[in-house]
Ligand binder design. Sequence first.
Ligand SMILES: *Cc1c(COP(=O)(O)O)cnc(C)c1O
Length: 465
Amino acid sequence: MRDLLTATLRHALDYLDAASETPVAARASLVELRQRFHGPLPDGATDPVAVVDALVRNVEGGLNASTSGRFFAWVIGGHLPAALAADWLASTWDQNAGMFAVAPAAAIAEEAAGAWLLDLLGLPDDSAFAFVTGCQMAHVTCLAAARHRVLARYGWDAERDGLYGAPPITILTGDQRHGSIERALHFLGMGTKHVHDLPTADDGQLKPDVLAAALEDTEGPTIVLLQAGDLNTGSFDPYNDLIPLARDYGAWTHVDGAFGLWAQTSPEHRHLLDGVDQADSWAVDGHKWLNVPYDAGYAVVADREALFHAMSHRAAYLAHSDDARDPIDWTPEYSRRARGFPTWAAVKSLGRNGIGDMVAACCHAARAIVDGAGKLPNVAVMARPIINQGLLRFLDPAPGATAADHDRRTDEVTAAIRASGEACFACTTWRGTRVMRVSVSDWRTGDNEVRRTIAAIKKASTWPR
Ligand SMILES: *Cc1c(COP(=O)(O)O)cnc(C)c1O
């Protein structure tokens, strides 16, 4: 063990040391990676040190340096040192964190970290919470509670009776919602047919008159889905207008705050979330903006009874605790990783002020990159960051260039930046137009990273065609 883990530590340190200098984007090809990893199933054993050495050789060039501070594709985030270390220990201790009796320290670390999260995110302190794999499963968890409650109001027990013959649940949401919402609805048997995508305004918000008209037209159990940090522009819905309105109609309000809910920790950005605490449930990630390693999402539900009813499970051989919190009662999993440890460590290491500073620094860096790039010739700012998300478009300088030429140019320049190894971005089609997304969610992105990134954008965008 000692030789193996010492060798592994050395590999990890070598990787982290090199990450600030190696090309940011993965460059190994599909064929190369397959050649390295595939092969006949071994009949016999291999020494663990040799296995780890082989693994490290095999991934060479096949990793995105998402912990480098110059990785801005998607909303990925890096890892805080304390959270990475605690994540190693979570594997080392190998606790099955489903129940207090099975993993006492893990259950209590999660209980404590959950209470800290409610405080940090400004959510009601008596809310129920669940530590899950990510925001996708946080949606499933929250919407299972929502399904329970809105059907119960119509005299239906979703857990006992299933959905056969139940009154259909209508979902009202802005049209910029994330795809994970749709999948959550599939898993829960609610179906996309019952989703009404309401038009959002140019500022990305769902406006009260639009929601009011939709609620007026809706009968039966209803769930309203709001956005805290739109995936492209980072925009926030007007909660003080929308949530009381939804409540007047007996609807459940769920908020997708995968990364945007963290704006609550920054005094400068907190106003964007005014009134969000009035919702019924919130889904948020730890592995994006809190910079916890992957496998960290949180579901928060104000209606404890609804979440408990949707999730809890009793079996004769399980030793339920009367006093402590058993995670199995609040999460969709049975056996599970001790997710409380890395989140507890992340919050403990930065504290309230440090987390707020990290969030604000990402927002400032996003704005600096977008504004810096926006001054370059043939670069259009499509969305200036409200928080940590912005959109750029690269224009084809050829006379008479069309929208399709600018779309193509945007993809080409983004690929050229990636090929330079200096920074990594990804494109999307936003309101019918190709744009490059600028997402900053790593604590390592500082002034130096911003400068290098703008220089790389400049070089790639002035590349001759
Ligand atoms: C990333 C993201 C999700 C999905 O979260 P996972 O952690 O990938 O499961 C949902 N909504 C928004 C707005 C996101 O950015």
